[in-house]
Ligand binder design. Structure first.
Ligand code: SAH
Ligand code: SF4
Ligand code: F3S
Length: 438
């Protein structure tokens, strides 16, 4: 069956920041091909569901989303499933639902335009290749306008094979993009209005190219005059080298924030997770980072209820969290993922136990986050304004420590001097500093 050629599109991203970045690149590619973005709330001829496979709940979402795309008259848009579910399930998606026309994996989405042509002609449009040539060289240049805070993927894939995780299978092996290509893209983003760039990778601190490392890249990027702030995420403890730690001391534009997942505080569980670090080495690493940059905000990821996790193991996690003192952190119930070693391990933890552990962990992290926010009150700092607030005239931006700050003046894209006036559990209020007369 042939279908009409789409002229409007919408891309919906459900996953991590890298998945959001991929969504932006797909949107730019469709725009470069002459399609226009469907307005908010309006029907699109082509919908790209850019999916995430990390936990079961995220992964199943795609099917309810597909169902929701059916219109009242029974018709539906051209539907593409992209992202990590596409990679993991491939053909299976089209067996489960006939309402998907295109399946395209995270390393093949530069071929989306061709797949659209194939689908329109009624052909077979499934592409989950991991081609040797990286997609990046085949993508069009970045859009002419960028948000104040922009993402830039520098590293893809993962070779770590934590026993619970699908990423090494959905994203493939660790690959670093070349230096020149990244710097060109950074310049394009700054020219397009970005004031902050977040360098992305599943293991971003493993980035290396021609004998240069992530801190070299950050240093070079700090030389771009229009760029005010640099961040990077997500890092792995085993790739957190001295040069990067020193960069937190030496490079002003590098923001004092580190997302460094430890996952568990129990060495026994860390071993079963194949994390190849223990709790103590992680804590010593945090101490070294704090010695270099005392005010650094530490974020992390935790999994509760990994197979075999006992009360004592969980207590060890709480202890580690107490030792760290997070500015924020993410925590998840363990979700068994098809094809991963942990899914078939003995000692799967009951849902009720997981719920209870997650609640306790989140309460502790929440307290720490609130305490971190309260400690910011009275500080003079900078805020990059990123979006409109709830009330007229209000704007929301980010502090250097990635806290959301609400201010009453300014324009999106401004980097303003602010005194923090109040703190809640999830955000701060700030007053714009009056500029002294020149
Ligand atoms: N590469 C990053 C994280 C990628 S996934 C890193 O290693 O730090 C983001 C987070 O999802 C992980 O840090 C982990 O906490 C969580 N996660 C991954 N697989 C999971 C699973 N099967 N169940 C629950 N949480 C999981
Ligand atoms: Fe997944 Fe571990 Fe790789 Fe992170 S390091 S992406 S958790 S396998
Ligand atoms: Fe999800 Fe894939 Fe990112 S599984 S977390 S979208 S790498």
């Amino acid at each position: 069956m042939t279908r009409p050629t789409p002229s409007t599109y919408r891309v919906k991203s459900f996953g991590c920041q890298m998945n959001v970045y991929d969504g932006e690149r797909m949107a730019e590619m469709l725009a470069a091909r002459g399609l226009t973005a469907a307005a908010e709330g309006e029907d699109a001829d082509l919908v790209v569901l850019n999916t995430c496979h990390i936990r079961e709940k995220a992964s199943e979402k795609v099917y309810s989303e597909v169902g929701r795309l059916r219109r009242e008259d029974g018709s539906r848009p051209l539907v593409a499933v992209a992202g990590c579910v596409a990679q993991a399930e491939g053909e299976e998606i089209r067996r489960r639902t006939r309402d998907v026309d295109i399946v395209v994996g995270p390393q093949a989405y530069h071929r989306l335009p061709g797949l659209i042509d194939t689908a329109v002609a009624g052909g077979h449009a499934v592409d989950t290749d991991m081609p040797a040539d990286s997609k990046f060289g085949a993508l069009p240049g970045r859009a002419r306008r960028a948000a104040p805070s922009a993402f830039l993927t520098v590293q893809e894939g993962c070779d770590k094979f934590c026993t619970y995780c699908v990423v090494p299978y959905t994203r493939g092996a660790e690959v670093s993009r070349p230096w020149g290509q990244i710097m060109d893209e950074a310049r394009a983003l700054v020219d397009a209005g970005a004031r902050e760039i977040t360098l992305l990778g599943q293991n971003v601190n493993a980035w290396a190219h021609d004998g240069r490392y992530l801190h070299d890249l950050i240093e070079a990027m700090a030389g771009l005059s229009g760029l005010a702030r640099i961040r990077y995420t997500t890092s792995h403890p085993n790739d957190m080298h001295d040069g990067l730690i020193a960069a937190h001391r030496d490079i002003d534009k590098l923001m004092p924030f580190l997302h460094l997942p430890v996952q568990s505080g129990s060495d026994r569980i860390l071993k079963a997770m194949n994390r190849s670090h223990d709790a103590d080495s992680y804590l010593r690493l945090i101490d070294r980072v704090r010695a270099a940059r005392p005010d650094i905000a530490i974020s992390g990821d935790y999994i509760v209820g990994f197979p075999g996790e006992t009360d004592a193991d969980f207590d060890a996690t709480l202890k580690v969290v107490e030792r760290i003192g997070h500015a924020q952190a993410f925590s998840f119930k363990y979700s068994p993922r098809p094809g991963t070693p942990a899914a078939t391990m003995d000692g799967q933890v009951e849902a009720q136990v997981m719920d209870e552990r997650l609640k306790r962990l989140q309460a502790l992290i929440g307290q720490q986050q609130h305490a971190f926010n309260l400690a910011s009150v009275g500080r003079d700092t900078t805020v990059l304004l990123e979006r409109a607030g709830r009330h007229p005239g209000q704007l929301i931006g980010k502090s250097p420590w990635l806290q959301s700050v609400v201010v009453e003046q300014g324009a999106i894209g401004d980097l303003v001097d602010v005194r923090i006036s109040a703190a809640g559990p999830n955000s701060l209020s700030g007053v714009i500093a009056q500029k002294e007369a020149a």
